[in-house]
Structures are given as structure tokens and as C-alpha cells.
Design a protein around this ligand. Structure first.
Ligand SMILES: CC(C)=CCC/C(C)=C/CC/C(C)=C/CC/C(C)=C/CC/C(C)=C/CC/C(C)=C/CC/C(C)=C/COP(=O)(O)OP(=O)(O)O
Ligand code: 1GP
Ligand code: MG
Length: 233
């Protein structure tokens, strides 16, 4: 099993979306480095457990990206905890986290936990709306969030999140140059191998989500595209 810090390509599966057994098998057997299970809305304990049981038939490693308290369950290789750095609302930065750790802290295996410092940049994304993220930011603002993630908070992951739309490669490049220890995730709007390659030049890890549900074959092709691209930092 690859450690998270070795992940180059991952698929994000949404428990709130339908996927056939054939499509799920194709995703799990592509040679992708990992799966992230998560979504912004409609994620329940029931649909999370169902998807977990289905992906556990394959050897690919799997992280639960926690978006609400109800759907927290053991059984994953990793637990990713988003903290939305550009939300003015404390509950999305650390409020729910405090509540969850009050409940689960004593039984948590901290080696399986990775905090993701999120910077959400598409104002139309559900996650941006939910968290009231301030998407009206400059590249300098974003770079400062990245530096905070690495040097103030020592987050293992900084996540440039454009969910639903293709982001700005120049922003990804500029952020990549200031991160040394914190892993840069890019996610959002990847719909072709060219886009996957472009972001893979600067992001340590490229996340492909909605394309799985819109054009399965194109999503499968992003694995090789990312894994054959060398980082340019
Ligand atoms: C034994 C046992 C139970 C073990 C588990 C212990 C454990 C791991 C406890 C967790 C502790 C903890 C600190 C939990 C955090 C709790 C929490 C609710 C934090 C808030 C997270 C947060 C900021 C959510 C906001 C939304 C968000 C950023 C979601 C991430 C996913 C995302 C951006 C998806 C993309 O959007 P999508 O839904 O795909 O959009 P479309 O449907 O339009 O595509
Ligand atoms: O669904 P897409 O737009 O590919 O985005 C992937 C991921 O970053 C969503 O959290
Ligand atoms: Mg999605």
C-alpha cells in the first residue's frame, strides 16, 4: 500500500452518487494510487458504509474525507480532515473538528489522520457555498494560505479545490514553489488527459472526481497521464 505522501493520482468517489459494479471495478483496478471517499452533500453513514464495503473487494488504498459528523466510521486506511482555510466561519476551520475529537479523540489512531488545509476557489462549488468560502482572493492570498498550512499549522496536505471547474495552472505552479513538506493536492474540473498532465506538472497529487460519473473512459485515462508526468518543481 502506497503511503499518502507517495500518491500522484487519486479518484474521489462520492457516496451520494450511483456507480455500477463494472465502473467501480474499472476505477479500482486502474492502478490509481488511492481512493478518497467523500462529497459535500448527501453523505450518510449508510451510503458511506455501502461504498466502503464495495471498494474493499480491491487492494487499492482508501481514505474517508470527512464532511459531516454523522458519516464517521472506522474501516478506512486513512481519514482526511478538511479545514477550510478561506472560510470566515470558524466551524468549518476547527469547530466541527473540536466536536468530533471530543467524541472520538480517545479511540483515534492518529497515524491514520491527515488534515487537509483547503483553499476553495470555485464560488459555484457546493463546498464553497456551504462554508461561505472567500473565493475572491489573489494569487498572493492563496500562496499565503499555503505558507500558513506548511509553516504555521504543519498540515500534511494543502488542497487547491476548484471542484466542478478547471483551475488556474499558474496558481498551482506558484503554490507548488513555496511548499516543501506539505503535499499539494489539486482537484477540480479535470476532463481530459491534457488537463490531468498540466496539473500533474505542479501538484504532488491530482484528484479526479466528477469525470468518473460523466465520462468513465476519460477518467480512467487520467491515471496513466498523471503517473507518466514528472513534477516540475
Ligand atoms: C473509531 C472511529 C469512529 C474512528 C474515526 C475517528 C475519526 C477519523 C474522527 C474524525 C475527527 C474529526 C476531526 C472530524 C472532522 C469533522 C468535520 C465534520 C469537519 C468539517 C469538514 C468540512 C470543513 C467540511 C466542509 C465541506 C468540505 C470541504 C467537504 C470536502 C469534500 C469536497 C470538497 C467535495 C467536493 O464537492 P462535491 O460534493 O464532490 O461536489 P459535487 O457533488 O458538485 O461534485
Ligand atoms: O469533481 P472534480 O471537479 O473533478 O473535483 C475533484 C475534487 O477536487 C472534488 O473535491
Ligand atoms: Mg464531486
Amino acid at each position: 500500500m502506497l503511503e499518502v505522501n507517495e500518491w500522484r493520482h487519486v479518484f474521489k468517489l462520492d457516496p451520494n452518487k450511483e456507480i455500477t459494479d463494472e465502473a467501480l471495478e474499472a476505477i479500482c483496478e486502474t492502478g490509481t494510487d488511492g481512493l478518497i471517499i467523500g462529497g459535500t452533500d448527501g453523505v450518510t453513514l449508510d451510503n458511506t458504509l455501502q461504498l466502503l464495503a464495495r471498494v474493499r473487494r480491491y487492494t487499492v488504498s482508501c481514505a474517508l474525507e470527512i464532511s459531516n459528523l454523522e458519516a464517521i466510521t472506522p474501516g478506512f486506511d486513512y481519514f482526511f480532515i478538511p479545514s477550510v482555510m478561506n472560510s470566515p466561519d470558524l466551524k468549518w476551520v476547527q469547530g466541527y473538528h473540536h466536536q468530533a475529537i471530543k467524541e472520538f479523540g480517545a479511540i483515534m489512531n492518529w497515524d491514520e489522520i491527515a488534515v487537509e488545509g483547503y483553499c476553495i476557489l470555485n464560488p459555484e462549488a457546493k463546498a464553497a457555498k456551504l462554508t461561505n468560502a472567500n473565493t475572491n482572493v489573489t494569487t498572493e492570498d492563496i500562496v499565503a494560505y499555503a505558507r500558513m498550512a506548511e509553516h504555521l499549522y504543519h498540515f500534511p496536505i494543502f488542497y487547491l479545490e476548484y471542484s466542478g471547474t478547471y483551475g488556474d495552472p499558474k496558481v498551482v505552479k506558484d503554490v507548488s514553489t513555496v511548499l516543501k513538506n506539505t503535499q499539494l493536492f489539486y482537484g477540480g474540473g479535470i476532463r481530459s488527459v491534457e488537463q490531468a498532465r498540466e496539473m500533474a506538472e505542479f501538484a504532488d497529487t491530482v484528484v479526479v472526481g466528477n469525470l468518473i460519473y460523466e465520462d468513465l473512459d476519460s477518467s480512467l485515462a487520467t491515471v496513466e497521464a498523471v503517473k507518466s508526468t514528472s513534477l516540475k518543481k
